[in-house]
Design a protein around this ligand. Structure first.
Ligand code: FAD
Length: 308
């Protein structure tokens, strides 16, 4: 019940202003966000990669409403890639972009504006030996995002999409994307979706995840298991054994600040693990989705408003 309410709240500008203005929110946001500045992000990159983890970096922001903001997003990623270059991490440090922050929803020309911005970022990523991941947002954006993926992959084949198991269409998308060389992140899905496009029941979403996972693990691509769910992690490792996949031919991905001990445990057992590291000032939507995933996080957040 709380989850859907929080997801609705994640799209409210009024609440965004109230929550973001409270100094008390800050301490709870820090658990999920590496910091507001580029230097904070780079500090996290250095420490995570030194511990054997790979990273994918998200300059926070989504749903921009004008072209200047879309350009600012693109430029923020270009600065990030500039700063990553001297670290020499190559594909160990990739970037994750939300196309809505590149202008995807700017009416008529939005798709092309987002494509051009993402193309510039993909060129800069390729130049330093790394790749771009296209995060997946609500279901209305999937066709446009996958079309942009196809365009970018012509010159930048390492570009990856995210497939959300809660969408009915995703098994078909996985079949199409499970080709040699294709990197695909599989997640359950974090948006509030209507019943005509997505499973509403958690157990059904989990079962759909396993069906998609099987397609990707049995295919020739590089599956990226974006989940903290212990059961799905075990199923992945079991499928890897059964399909004869070596560690490194697939990878686990988890969010910054969530199940950190598990991230280290898997690396210790020889698995490849990539941490999704968000940074920047526009953390509201991202943060609210993390609260929605786990009611206990909301209690933690509300407690920060109680004095003493
Ligand atoms: P759950 O069943 O939700 O959680 C399993 C366990 O993980 C929980 O019991 C708890 O221990 C822990 N856990 C999960 N979430 C939290 C949390 N917020 N706080 C504390 N503990 C938690 N979604 C999209 O729609 N589009 C994307 O592009 C996208 N990219 C992602 C990238 C990565 C690397 C990851 C890990 C997730 C991404 N997601 C994305 C979010 C995803 O869709 C899920 O909402 C999220 O991962 C929670 O699902 P779960 O698989 O971890 O399983």
């Amino acid at each position: 019940m709380l989850g859907p309410l929080l997801l609705t709240a994640s799209r409210s500008d009024r609440l965004r202003r109230i929550v973001a203005a409270s100094p008390l929110t800050r301490s709870t946001v820090d658990r999920f966000v590496a910091g507001e500045g580029l230097e904070d992000c780079l500090t996290a990159v250095r420490s995570l990669t030194a511990a054997g983890l790979d990273v994918t970096l998200d300059h926070l922001g989504e749903d921009v409403t004008d072209r200047a903001a879309a350009t600012a997003t693109r430029d923020a990623y270009l600065r990030l890639l500039d700063e990553l270059a001297p670290l020499g991490l190559g594909g160990r440090a990739e970037v994750s972009v939300k196309l809505s922050a590149f202008g995807q929803a700017l009416g008529e020309g939005g798709h092309d504006i987002a494509l051009e911005g993402a193309r510039r970022v993909a060129e800069a990523a390729t130049a330093i030996g790394t790749t771009v991941n296209l995060d997946m947002e609500d279901h209305t954006t999937v066709d446009s995002t996958l079309a942009i993926l196809d365009e970018l992959r012509r010159d930048h084949p390492g570009t990856s999409p995210v497939i959300q198991s809660y969408l009915f269409r995703s098994e078909d998308d996985c079949r199409r994307l499970a080709a040699p060389g294709s990197r695909v992140r599989l997640v359950k899905g974090a948006y509030k979706e209507p019943a005509h496009v997505a499973f509403q029941d958690k157990a059904e979403v989990d079962r759909a995840y396993v069906r998609c996972l099987r397609i990707l693990m049995e295919g020739g691509g590089h599956p990226m298991i974006g989940s903290h769910d212990p059961r799905l992690i075990e199923i992945t490792r079991d499928l890897a054994r059964r399909t004869g996949r070596e560690a490194g031919s697939y990878e686990f991905q988890m969010l910054y600040g969530i199940r950190t001990a598990e991230q280290h445990r898997l690396v210790g057992e020889g698995e490849r693990v990539r941490v999704y590291v968000p940074y920047g000032t526009d953390w509201y939507g991202y943060y609210m989705r993390r609260l929605a995933e786990r009611p206990a996080n909301l209690l933690f957040f509300l407690r920060s408003f109680v004095p003493g």
